[in-house]
Design a binder for this molecule. Structure first.
Ligand code: NAP
Length: 295
């Protein structure tokens, strides 16, 4: 063990089912680092602002070596930062806080997490056509990665104003084509017969406990030549993944991205390479697929 102790944690609400303590404790142990990863639940009430600012001050002062942020504070905490990384700006949300010389820096590790994990499913440099379902925070990370890799992105969302806002904000990163948007209810209007390389689900549809739900209509054929990446990791195989497998598509769930975004945060805080396999092993040892745990 080195002499330094890393006091890390997560804020948000509710946090009861978070997998982050497992992942980070495994990473600390695998690196031989002393420390802990604690939960700091802050109920969204009239005192939340004061509690959040006090927690942020502990990060700035170095009392906490790093803090993850989850729902509902990923956007609101931006107002407390001294500095923000480009990735957090792109996504419009922070999930990782750290102190740099007493200044509070906000990062978002979903971009790096998705980029690294989706690369195990498709060759990002192949620059094909991708269909992204959903237009929330995670979709922003996904679309950014694909645009930067030169992919042509079609965004399918139930609220067109949200999809158009995403397109407006991210089109500047497009290397080839601008983002096209389509109503999620009107997927059948797309020509799905050829040319698609990837479908990404970045909606929560199909997540525990509503595991029978799918964002893809049962009667509509999937683009068979494409691979499917589902950001959901609980259940390990979503209804959408079952539909895609039946259509002969290669599939991957979001567990690798979950581990990777945590690993990236760990590396920002500790400067050490996170042992991804130790983190995955910790999840596999204790994970109950029916527990409904979320990050
Ligand atoms: P978010 O910001 O709330 O965005 C969710 C998106 O899905 C929004 O466009 C939302 O539209 C849409 N949506 C929600 N319910 C829907 C429904 N019933 N039908 C159609 N569209 C629906 O959430 P997020 O942070 O982007 O997360 C999205 C998913 O990705 C979650 O399942 C999350 O757990 C997962 N995720 C996984 C990782 C990972 O590491 N694997 C990382 C980040 C996120 P409305 O705004 O109209 O509701």
């Amino acid at each position: 063990m080195s002499g330094v102790e890393f006091h890390l944690g997560l804020t948000g609400y509710p946090l009861g089912h978070s997998l982050s303590p497992l992942l980070h404790q495994a990473a600390l142990t695998a690196c031989g680092l002393a420390g802990d990863y604690r939960l700091f639940p802050i109920e969204p009430n009239q005192d939340a602002g004061t509690e959040l600012r006090s927690l942020c001050a502990r990060v700035s002062r170095g009392e906490l070596g790093g803090l993850n942020v989850t729902i509902p504070y990923k956007q609101t905490l931006i107002g407390c930062l001294d500095d923000i990384s480009e990735s957090a700006l792109v996504v419009g949300a922070v999930n990782t806080l750290t102190s740099r010389g007493g200044r509070l820096l906000g990062e978002n590790t979903d971009i790096a997490g998705f980029k690294r994990d989706v690369s195990t499913l498709v060759d990002l440099s192949s620059g094909q056509k991708a269909l992204v379902l959903g237009a929330g925070g995670a979709a922003r990370a996904v679309v950014y990665v694909l645009l930067q890799a030169g992919w042509q992105v079609t965004l399918a969302a139930r609220r067109q104003e949200q999809a158009m806002q995403l397109a407006h904000d991210l089109n500047k990163y497009a290397r080839s084509h601008y983002i096209e948007t389509v109503d999620l209810e009107k997927l059948s209007t797309l020509d799905l017969s050829a040319g698609w390389g990837l479908v990404v689900n970045s909606t929560p549809v199909g997540m525990f406990p509503l595991v029978e739900a799918s964002p893809w209509p049962e009667a509509l054929e999937l683009p068979k030549a494409a691979a499917l990446y589902d950001l959901i990791y609980n259940p390990g195989e979503t209804r959408l993944m079952q539909q895609a497998s039946a259509a002969g598509m290669r599939c991957r769930n979001g567990l690798g991205m979950l581990v990777e975004q945590a690993a990236q945060a760990f590396e920002i805080w500790t400067g050490k390479t996170a042992d991804r396999s130790a983190m995955v092993a910790a999840l596999q040892k204790t994970r109950n697929p029916k527990s409904g745990r979320t990050l």
